[in-house]
Design a protein around this ligand. Structure first.
Ligand code: AMP
Ligand code: ZN
Length: 148
């Protein structure tokens, strides 16, 4: 658990993404280093829908440092073509919501990478949970491609 960014550490302790970072909640992880973590969204808009988060807790973009912002963007640049290839998609959308007014629902900064097919819906939020087996199989294929 990252600490020190808060006067009140309970913010991070109650954050589901901080729990994933601390291995206290399950996730289908794609990549992690000292600055960023990526994993599959459990309610994907389309197969391969992934999230990239900074290791340090920030509610949203308004407190993110330049270095963290750069680390997330660089990982997105590396992960996007891998997800597009593995899911055989026509395109890939990147969304990033800040604040309830913008539609944000999890308040740890994250970037969505959403594979897109021609003609399919362009929503940001999926409507149903993917199966654990489908997520596990896809995460493995993405990790393998990333490591090439
Ligand atoms: P946002 O509305 O931009 O805050 O998006 C939050 C995203 O987090 C949604 O797409 C959720 O499906 C996803 N999500 C919530 N909890 C988890 C979790 N435990 N593991 C993976 N994805 C999650
Ligand atoms: Zn957090």
């Amino acid at each position: 658990m990252q600490q020190g960014l808060f006067g009140d550490e309970s913010v991070a302790q109650n954050c589901i993404f901080c729990k994933i970072i601390a291995d206290k909640a399950p996730a289908h992880i794609l990549y992690r280093d000292e600055q960023v973590l990526s994993f599959l969204d459990t309610s994907p808009v389309s197969p391969g829908h992934s999230l990239i988060i900074p290791i340090n807790h920030h509610d949203n973009i308004f407190t993110l440092s330049d270095a963290e912002s750069t680390a997330v963007a660089l990982h997105a640049k590396r992960l996007a073509p891998v997800i597009k290839r593995v899911t055989d998609s026509d395109g890939l959308a990147i969304h990033q919501l800040n604040g309830r007014a913008a539609g944000q629902t999890v308040f740890h900064y994250h970037m969505h990478l959403i594979p897109c097919q021609h003609g399919a819906s362009k929503s940001i939020h999926g409507r149903r949970l993917a199966t654990q087996s489908a997520l596990a199989e896809l995460a493995e294929r993405i990790r393998q491609d990333l490591s090439k």
